[in-house]
Ligand binder design. Structure first.
Ligand code: PRP
Ligand code: MN
Ligand code: MG
Length: 180
């Protein structure tokens, strides 16, 4: 039996959209000279963020995806990052932007950016909508962060709790309504 919970709004859809506009201006100036930027979404959590991000980016882009999983259905990181699906295209000599929903322990994005760097892209940058620095286990910081958040279990805007709630248009925090 699942423990009952409610979701309290933490970051509104409107604030997310406003922050994405700001971030895209910075990304555009960083990659202003690019002839092609490969935007890589990490499945599944980044699918909403990457969709909004690329529609706001005024740059010549291509989209690719990579699936890494560490959490499965639990609330805690397994610390073992598995690549479940690799990129479709080669990135050697390309400009690459890796898009992630959240950096928590840091294992996922640290592992993935390490892997992609070994393929010798011209430039590799990363962006995470959320950063939860209190949980960090490896020294990693995305080049751009949307919001720094406190140590709460968050859902929505692509982020799941046991695969649910990815479709919420805002970021919410899980609040359990009964003791364990
Ligand atoms: C979640 C989240 C990030 C990662 C962050 O993915 O989407 O990818 O964990 O945690 P970390 O910094 O501690 O590694 P998850 O493994 O749950 O897969 P999902 O994106 O398919 O939900
Ligand atoms: Mn993920
Ligand atoms: Mg998950």
């Amino acid at each position: 039996v699942a423990r009952p919970y409610v979701i309290d709004e933490m970051i509104s859809a409107k604030s997310i959209a406003a922050r994405i506009e700001e971030l895209c201006k910075e990304i555009q100036s960083e990659f202003s000279e690019t002839n092609k930027l490969v935007v890589v979404g990490l499945l599944r959590g980044s699918f909403v963020f990457i969709a909004d991000l690329v529609r706001e980016l005024d740059l010549p882009i291509e989209v690719d995806f990579l699936e890494a999983s560490s959490y499965g259905d639990g609330m805690e990181s397994s610390r073992e990052v598995r690549i479940l699906k690799d990129l479709r295209g080669a990135i050697e000599g390309r400009d690459v932007l890796v898009v992630e929903d959240i950096v928590d322990t840091g294992h996922t994005l640290n592992h993935v950016t390490g892997l992609l760097k070994s393929r010798l892209p011209a430039r590799l940058k990363s962006i995470a909508l959320l950063d939860k620095p209190s949980q960090r286990e490896v020294d990693f910081k995305a080049d751009w962060t949307g919001f720094e958040i406190p140590d709460e279990f968050v859902v929505g805007y692509g982020i799941d709790f046991a695969q649910r709630n990815r479709n919420l248009p805002f970021i919410g925090k899980v609040r359990f309504t009964e003791p364990e």
